[in-house]
Every structure is written in structure tokens, then in C-alpha cells.
Design a protein around this ligand. Structure first.
Ligand SMILES: NC(=O)c1ccc[n+]([C@@H]2O[C@H](COP(=O)([O-])OP(=O)(O)OC[C@H]3O[C@@H](n4cnc5c(N)ncnc54)[C@H](OP(=O)(O)O)[C@@H]3O)[C@@H](O)[C@H]2O)c1
Length: 251
């Protein structure tokens, strides 16, 4: 089966490409670096010719509110139109758990715009909403910097390893389209301030983390339900502290 992975050079994309190739599929890792651009449409029709499945795990180069919305709207429109023209049978998109609950966040609004384009297109689809990747915890921690301290919400997160995300996406690509949304989370719920303390300790960074219920997470306040999944999510197997220990040892 020919499978095109849009964003195939990224964190999740490169792992998905490896997993699907290992199963014997013809996989095209598509991104601007390989001459496929969903914004300019460069190389898009050629890349999709003969493809059965398209996996979209691209991300916007800018997270600024207007830029990120423009990215996901333009890329989504161009990609889904090209898929319909090429007769692609399954579009798999990666979104974020809680995107529908956080309209104050520009990034989440952009992900909802991306999801809407997928749902109204004629191409059969699966949307997988994932929680925050372990690899993103450093950036979240940094985003709370307030002078010499770090101020973060104590709301619960249920982060997941990128290896588990890639496995779930590769699995979805090989199944029938759900024409619906599934959720994926890690094995444990951890308050965000505590997650940051574990991260900083592993990095031997002595900055203090202050829990603040009003601290904003990329533009929005959080509660325990904001970023945690509903009743029956798929669950990744890798625990945050095991990942942290292994990734610190590798570094
Ligand atoms: N971070 C999290 O915690 C989290 C949680 C849930 C869901 N997600 C979602 O996961 C997805 C993947 O994230 P990631 O961290 O794996 O991304 P990433 O490592 O930043 O990779 C982004 C990919 O997008 C490609 N790309 C950028 N502009 C493009 C364009 N115009 N046309 C085609 N491809 C383009 C990049 O290609 P080049 O390398 O060629 O520039 C790269 O392959 C995103 O959609 C994000 O919303 C993230």
C-alpha cells in the first residue's frame, strides 16, 4: 500500500515512516525538505498519485495566533482537495486532546479549524487527538518562565511518549477509517507543575516552580479536565519518569 506521511521529517512523522516501512508499505516522507509543500502545493499532486492513505502530522513553523490558523487552514484545504482529486481512501490527522475545550488558545483554535476541514471533506478519515508529548514538556516548562522562577498551573496533564503516539498513528493508518475522533494519552495523570519539577530535576536545573491556578498555558487557563482525555482513551505504555531517565542517560 502507498502511504504518504505529510510532515514525514518531523518528530512524529519520522517515527511513523519507520514503523510503516518496517511493515513493508511504500511510504513517502513528504515535507518541504523533500519537495512537498501543503501551503504552496509544490509537489503535492505528484506525491499523492497512487496513494491509498495520507497521514498528516505536519506542524506550523510559527505558533503565533494568526500564522498558525492560516497554516492549518491553508494546508488542510490544499491537502484534502488534492487527496479528493487523487482518490485517496483514508486521511489520518493528529490533533490535540482538549482542543475543543480551549477556545482562548490560538493554537487550539487552529487545530479545531484543521479538524473541521477534515470532517467536512469527502475523504474518509480518522482524527487521533493526543495529549502533550513528553518531548514537549521542556517547552511547556520554559513557557512558564517568570524571572528566576517558573509559574505553571497545577492542572492535571496525562502526557504521552512520541513513540506511543507514532505507534497509534501507524496503527490507525492501517485500519479502516473511523470517520470519527479517537483519543490517546499516556499511562498517568500528573499535575503540570509537578511534571515541570521532575523535568528540571532530571536536567539539574535548580529553578523553582510555583503552582499558580491562574498561570496561562499558551494563552489559556487550565483545570483538571482541560487537557485530560475522556472516558476511554487509547493508552500509551511508556511512563514519564522512565522516559526521562532513559532520555537523560542517552544525552
Ligand atoms: N507537541 C505536542 O505535545 C502535541 C500534542 C498533540 C498533538 N500534536 C500535533 O502533532 C503534530 C506533529 O507534531 P511534531 O512535534 O511531530 O511536529 P514537528 O517535529 O515540528 O514537525 C513538523 C513537520 O511539519 C512539516 N511541515 C512544515 N511546514 C510544512 C508544509 N508547508 N508542508 C508540508 N509539511 C510541512 C515539517 O517539514 P520540514 O522538516 O521539511 O520543515 C516537519 O516534517 C502537529 O500537528 C501537532 O499539532 C502535538
Amino acid at each position: 500500500m502507498k502511504i504518504v506521511v505529510i510532515g514525514g521529517s518531523g518528530l512524529i512523522g519520522s517515527k511513523v515512516v519507520g514503523l510503516l516501512r518496517a511493515k513493508g508499505h511504500e511510504v513517502l516522507a513528504a515535507s518541504p525538505n523533500t519537495g512537498v509543500n501543503t501551503i504552496t502545493r509544490e509537489g503535492l499532486a505528484e506525491a499523492l498519485a497512487g496513494a491509498s492513505v495520507v497521514v498528516d502530522v505536519a506542524n506550523s513553523p510559527s505558533f503565533e495566533d494568526k500564522a498558525v490558523l492560516e497554516f492549518f487552514e491553508t494546508a488542510g484545504r490544499n491537502l484534502l482537495a488534492a487527496e479528493a482529486a487523487a482518490g485517496v481512501g483514508h486521511h489520518v490527522a493528529l490533533s490535540v486532546v482538549g482542543a475543543d475545550r480551549l477556545p482562548e488558545s490560538g493554537y487550539m483554535r487552529a487545530k479545531m479549524a484543521q479538524e473541521k476541514l477534515v470532517r467536512i471533506s469527502k475523504v474518509p478519515f480518522t482524527i487521533l487527538r493526543s495529549t502533550q508529548f513528553f518531548e514537549f514538556v521542556g517547552a511547556i516548562t520554559q513557557s512558564g518562565t517568570d524571572g528566576d522562577t517558573i509559574r505553571l498551573s497545577p492542572a492535571l496533564l496525562q502526557p504521552v511518549a512520541s513513540d506511543d503516539v507514532a505507534m497509534a498513528i501507524a496503527d490507525a493508518a492501517l485500519r479502516k477509517p473511523l470517520n470519527d475522533i479517537a483519543e490517546l494519552a499516556g499511562p498517568e495523570k500528573i499535575p503540570l507543575d509537578e511534571l515541570a519539577r521532575l523535568y528540571l530535576t532530571a536536567k539539574e536545573d535548580r529553578r523553582r516552580v510555583i503552582a499558580d491556578v491562574h498561570a496561562r498555558y499558551f494563552g489559556t487557563e487550565l483545570d483538571d479536565r482541560s487537557l485530560t482525555p475522556g472516558a476511554a482513551p487509547l493508552l500509551g505504555a511508556i511512563r514519564f519518569e522512565d522516559w526521562l531517565r532513559d532520555s537523560s542517560a542517552r544525552a
